[in-house]
Design a binder for this molecule. Sequence first.
Ligand code: G3I
Length: 379
Amino acid sequence: MPSLKDLTRRDVLAGIGAMTCTLALPFPASGRSRDSGVVRESTEKSLREHASRRGLLYGAAAGKAILTGNKALADLFVEQCGIVVPENDLKFKHVHPKPDEYDFSKADWLLDFAESHDMKMRGHTLVCHEFLPDWFDDVVNESKAQRRMEEHLTRVMHHFAGKLHSWDVVNEPLEAESWREDGLRDSPWLKLLGPDYIEKAFHIARDADKEALLCWNENRIQNEDPPSTRKRTLFLKWLRDLKRRNVPIDAIGIESHLTADGSPVAGENFKRFLREVADLGLKLLITEMDVADDSRPKDVAVRDRAVAQLYYHYLHTVLKQKNVIAVLNWGLSNGTTWLAQSKARADAAPVRPLPFDDQMNPTLAFKAIARAFDKAPGR
Ligand code: G3I
């Protein structure tokens, strides 16, 4: 059974051959050294290049702490990404730690990193049921909620106005198992402002930044189980209603945290959902993609193949829609992924949900993503 370090270029190529999809082989004959001193096999084309040849943006989530602490990872972002998104640094509690105090230092650093390496940056996230600071409950009540929301969005968005590609204005407002007819998740914003908090947020956001694409970011959209199907139906209802009333929403984000456990994703109902989103004139972004491997056997080759197959199947399906403009992974290297904690394996083996391993070598997932980009229609 190969260990992580034993997985050579030949293993990667052999694994690719075993995938159900036929994948081209863009690895050059020799590896090359990187500034960081890490030696790894490199590729002829980065994911950024594979994507941009089809008019797509490719990128990943990161933060000041992980990029300043890991030069090899920072170099990998520069090489592979056309867009970056802060995984945590722009969340309410981080950027607004006290009622009258904002801290943009980490997100500013990331924007500077992005701009100085010709990358775009997107904003994540403004209004969410989570990520609220400790002071929130003490300070925000029904009479102050609207003003507090306006103040937070306006201050944060003005700070970056004209500089960000897009913003997750609302994050995960729906819940698959919601008892409500409208599918809304229990959230402080819902309790304080009622269901209108969603459209209020979009209007405030448009006033604060005329250029960024304004997105509704949502999770668990791709599965074929009944709660996910219901969620898609209710999501579409919301989107139709917002568009009909000229609420300034430009795009939806489909997070796409997938699990390689064999459960069906991206089936017919999901495809119909994608087409109906396109018919509404909305753009679509894959905002947080990764593939959890915790249900798969320990053997790295077996796991990597399952993860790569799911990447390919999912992206190949989604990218047929020409309104999809960007694909972002939630992290770039397996060395820094939230799944290491949240979907840790019972056998304690490191998880492998992303296109690069912890030594910044491309995994089979890299190949699958590149191949899905190559097969996608241009836009
Ligand atoms: O802040 C401490 C830090 O000081 C300490 O060094 C570190 C050690 O583990 O823990 C720290 O904070 C953690 C933070 O991630 C940074 O690693 C928090 O405890 C942890 O809760 C936080 O988790 C993040 C989670 O959102 C909650 O904010 C994950 O990194 C992040 O990947 C995840 O991202 C969400 C998206 O925003 C929305 N969609 C789902 C996605 C996954 O849950």
